[in-house]
Design a protein around this ligand. Structure first.
Ligand code: GDP
Ligand code: IMO
Ligand code: MG
Length: 420
């Protein structure tokens, strides 16, 4: 049986905290897509930890964590992260497993990412520059190196072949970057990677499922960044939606049980691309300040706005969401008034559907207005004492998106979550 936790917006919904919270109920936590573009924040023993490659179940000693074949893996980031979790007494050699089919990010992927963004100029994606796009291009282009290749004696020659191909592309971009230091770190990190548990991920997970073990698949990014259904081309390069779990881990759709979708009580986006409810004013500024909305991977200020139910309902449909977790509800504690986007007006016509081309469409968000709750909710643990105005806000969202909000997160701490 596989449950899924994934983001319903443009990423950074608080997936890391939620996975960490639910992890004790599962035997295995599995990342199924994305790479070090992800930044999942959790608080362990009061200390802030940001995970980019390792699944967010790593701090639970009895939980197995697996990096699935759908992930693109930067060995340098992985090594750094393994070192930092070791400081908490976590032995990654015991509870971290990596699929041999996982694709590797090589230093020239990162250089290509930079070159591609530079060439795009004004219309750049706003990539995290971690090499994600080029790495997935090599996967679909059937050129990639995979973790299992590390065990092959021809690995170095395969690597040199790939680097040569990349060099030609970089020359075409007229992009020059000295990657000597990156490469040095990369090879050091590969030595470390070789010492970890490299497994046949699909058999590993399916055998565990047969034994009755419970798997939690952890998404990265968010549904509106999905390569097929997101705000293309301002998306990431993988399938972030629940369908990605099957090809990102090698499990059949029949195994998927609960799909928990995580949404903020408002909305943020980092990088370029359409964001109909964005508030480029004092209210947006206030959301950023109160919500500490700065990227966990790049530190960039996140763009902030009201919750967008058109996009949220779309995400629930694509993912088959069975339960919603609403995070950062406490960030709205001090707001007198709240708006909720219920439809888009495009060329004078109102719609509740996501259009094909959001960029070219002039989207005017239509809002329903709500009164704020104006009280500190961060210490609440019992749903019965949540403010009435918050319940009204949530009830409306439930009815609109057709999926129930079952959990409200009211602070970054592990224990700050209210079950409805
Ligand atoms: P992820 O990428 O989806 O895991 O989310 P990030 O870690 O990038 O961003 C979420 C941020 O919000 C982190 O700084 C979390 O510590 C914080 N956070 C998560 N849940 C809550 C919440 O309910 N309230 C508040 N105030 N912060 C939260
Ligand atoms: P988590 O897992 C928020 C955004 C980037 C950029 C676009 C493409 O922490 O929610 P990429 O590096 O994939 O080429 O960037 O996607 N992006 C994210 N935004 N959270 C993330 O991950 C993101 N991963 C990528 O800002 O706009
Ligand atoms: Mg994040």
């Amino acid at each position: 049986m596989v449950d899924v936790i994934l983001g319903l917006q443009w990423g950074d919904e608080g997936k890391g905290k939620i996975v960490d919270y639910f992890a004790p109920r599962y035997d295995i936590i599995a990342r199924f897509q994305g790479g070090p573009n992800a930044g999942h924040t959790l608080y362990v023993e009061g200390k802030k930890m940001v995970l980019h490659q390792i699944p967010s179940g790593i701090f639970h000693q009895n939980t197995i964590n697996i990096i699935g074949n759908g992930v693109v893996l930067d060995p340098v980031t992985l090594k750094r992260e393994c070192d930092s979790v070791a400081a908490f007494g976590i032995d990654v050699k015991k509870n971290l497993f990596i699929s041999e089919r996982t694709n590797l990010i090589v230093p020239t992927h990162r250089a290509l990412d930079k070159a591609s963004e530079l060439q795009k100029g004004e219309s750049k994606i706003g990539s995290t520059l971690k090499g994600i796009g080029p790495a997935y291009m090599d996967k679909t282009g059937r050129n990639a190196l995979r973790v299992g290749d590390l065990l092959d004696k021809n690995f170095i020659s395969q690597y040199i072949k790939l680097r040569l191909k990349h060099q030609k592309l970089l020359d075409n971009f007229h992009f020059i970057e000295d990657i000597t230091a990156w490469e040095e770190e990369f090879f050091e990190a590969l030595e470390f990677l070789r010492t970890l548990n490299i497994v046949n991920g699909e058999y590993f997970i399916n055998n565990k499922i047969s034994e009755g073990k419970k798997v939690l698949a952890e998404g990265a990014q968010g549904s509106m960044l999905d390569i097929d259904f997101g705000t293309f081309p301002f998306v990431t390069s993988s399938n972030t939606i629940s369908a990605g779990v099957c090809n990102g881990l090698g499990v059949s759709p029949k195994q998927i049980n609960e799909v928990l979708g995580v949404t903020k009580a408002y909305c943020t986006r980092v990088g370029g691309g359409p964001f109909p409810t964005e508030l480029e004013n004092a209210t947006g500024e206030e959301l950023r300040k109160v919500g500490s909305e700065f990227g966990a991977t790049t530190g960039r200020p996140r763009r902030c706005g009201w919750i967008d139910l058109v996009a949220l309902k779309y995400a629930c449909m694509l993912n088959g969401v069975t339960q919603v977790v609403m995070t950062k509800a406490d960030v709205l504690d001090g707001f007198e008034d709240l708006d909720v986007c219920t439809s888009y007006k495009i060329n004078g016509k109102e719609t509740q559907e996501i259009p094909f081309q959001m960029m070219r469409s002039q989207i005017e968000p239509i809002y329903k207005h709500f009164k704020g709750w104006n009280m500190d909710t961060t210490k609440i643990t019992d749903a019965a004492v949540l403010p009435g105005n918050m319940s009204t806000y949530i009830d409306f969202i439930n009815r609109y998106i057709g999926a129930p909000v079952k959990f409200v997160s009211n602070g970054p701490g592990r224990e700050q979550i209210v079950c409805l």
